[in-house]
Design a binder for this molecule. Structure first.
Ligand SMILES: *Cc1c(COP(=O)(O)O)cnc(C)c1O
Length: 412
């Protein structure tokens, strides 16, 4: 087995385009909150494919629905109607409070669609005018040229310039900064209600409602990217509902398909009819198989009230993480909402994440360069959270040489 794994990793490095530095682990299958590698070792998963497997692995209802649809029909193109897409759409509109939905194959594509709505909406009102978009520093919206154009991270952007013109950056949670970027050319503001990749920063409620008010005053569309923070992760179905600030355009992906690639952009009000036939399309978008995944996820969320469970477990996870800020001098701060939590360190986190994975069999992912991100399956229970905390403490101790408690000279 071991030899197979080394061979596979070598082959991967020679075959796959090298844009990732991967951990030397090959997963084989999953069950519940656990992943198993090709050597049979068991890992507790607090990353779930970057906030994707909200229902965990191997849910019988989900797997059964996919098997049934796979044996019937996978794909037809959007030249025809298909029932799973209509049902998934109805359920997603009901859950999100939006009026129209377009299914995509990824989060990035959902962002592309949202940006096209913004441009189209502005063009409909003023065809010759200049139309600019305000995005946030520290944001992440994806890797296509359009999504990169609104991603507030120079490291990702610089090698691919020039990006699409007319994007201005404001500081997240700083309403004056948004006001300073706003003028008569502004057609949209795009933001994540909780910044994910940027380090797990929830928006201040006043900031979101302030941006909403600014947008209303100036006829500007408000786009919420809930690709990571949506689908129950914060304890609400969508974060906008927890804040009580409704966007005009909403992007969703990640947990929507629980591992089957599907995303969506949704809109309400004028934004829901800004684009017309011919303006946008996708060969695969919302095909019967992917739509079945989304529909089944939405059914399970409703039937088992997954967001309410996430709220309860999220409160517990947040409290347990907060304890670590007192126990370990290297832990600076706990932040987050529901089951989207971050722990900021004042030492490099890469060795901790690596030790957690390779020594404690605990899957964690980083956000920004100083924060460990906790995005477990939404079906997690308190005993899994306790187990994670115990393994995380071991990883921190192994890396820093401190066992918690009082500051240690080894920790300097
Ligand atoms: C992951 C993510 C994206 C990009 O989604 P992909 O499916 O990787 O294309 C966009 N926005 C946010 C907030 C994300 O977390």
């Amino acid at each position: 087995m071991r030899e197979n794994k080394e061979t596979l990793i070598q082959s991967a490095e020679s075959v796959l385009y090298k844009t990732y530095n991967r951990f030397p682990v090959v997963f084989d299958h999953g069950q519940g909150v656990w992943l198993y590698d090709t050597d049979g070792a068991e890992y507790l998963d607090f990353g779930v494919g970057i906030a994707v497997a909200g229902l965990g692995y191997g849910d019988p209802q989900f797997t059964g629905a996919l098997q049934e649809q796979a044996s019937k029909l996978l794909h037809t193109s959007n030249l025809f109607y298909n029932a799973p897409a209509v049902r998934a759409g109805e359920k997603l509109l009901a859950a999100s409070g939006m009026e129209k939905v377009f299914f995509t194959n990824s989060g990035t594509e959902a962002i592309e669609g949202a940006l096209k709505i913004a441009r189209r909406h502005a063009y409909n009102r003023d065809p010759g005018g200049e139309h600019t978009i305000i995005a946030m520093n520290g944001s992440f919206h994806g890797r296509s040229l359009g999504a990169l154009s609104v991603t507030g991270n120079e490291h990702y952007r610089a090698p691919f310039a020039p990006l699409i013109p007319g994007v201005r950056f404001a500081d997240f949670n700083d309403l004056d900064s948004v006001r300073r970027q706003l003028d008569s050319t502004t057609c949209a503001v795009i933001l994540e209600p909780i910044q994910g990749e940027g380090g797990i920063y929830p928006a201040h409620p006043d900031f979101l409602s302030g941006v909403r008010q600014l947008c209303d005053e100036h006829g500007v569309l408000l786009i919420f990217d809930e690709i990571q923070c949506g689908m129950g992760r914060t304890g609400a179905m969508f974060a906008w509902q927890a804040y009580g600030v409704r966007p005009d355009v909403l992007t969703v992906a990640k947990a929507l398909g629980n591992g089957v690639p599907i995303g969506a952009f949704l809109a309400c009000g004028q934004a829901a009819s800004a684009m017309v036939p011919g303006d946008h399309g996708s060969t695969y978008g919302g095909n019967p198989f992917a739509a079945t995944a989304a529909e089944t996820v939405l059914d399970i969320f409703r039937d088992r009230d997954i967001p309410a469970h996430a709220a309860k477990m999220g409160a517990y996870l947040g409290a347990r993480l907060r304890e670590l800020t007192e126990q370990f001098p290297c832990v600076a701060e706990q932040r987050g909402m529901g089951l989207m939590q971050g722990l900021q360190f004042n030492i490099p986190i890469a060795p901790i994440v690596r030790n957690a994975l390779l020594e404690q069999n605990l899957i964690l992912i980083s956000a920004a360069n100083n924060t460990i991100r906790f995005v477990p399956p939404l079906v997690i229970e308190t005993q899994h959270i306790d187990e994670m905390i115990s393994r995380l403490k071991k990883a921190i101790s192994a890396v820093t040489g401190t066992l918690g408690g009082a500051p240690s000279p080894w920790n300097a």
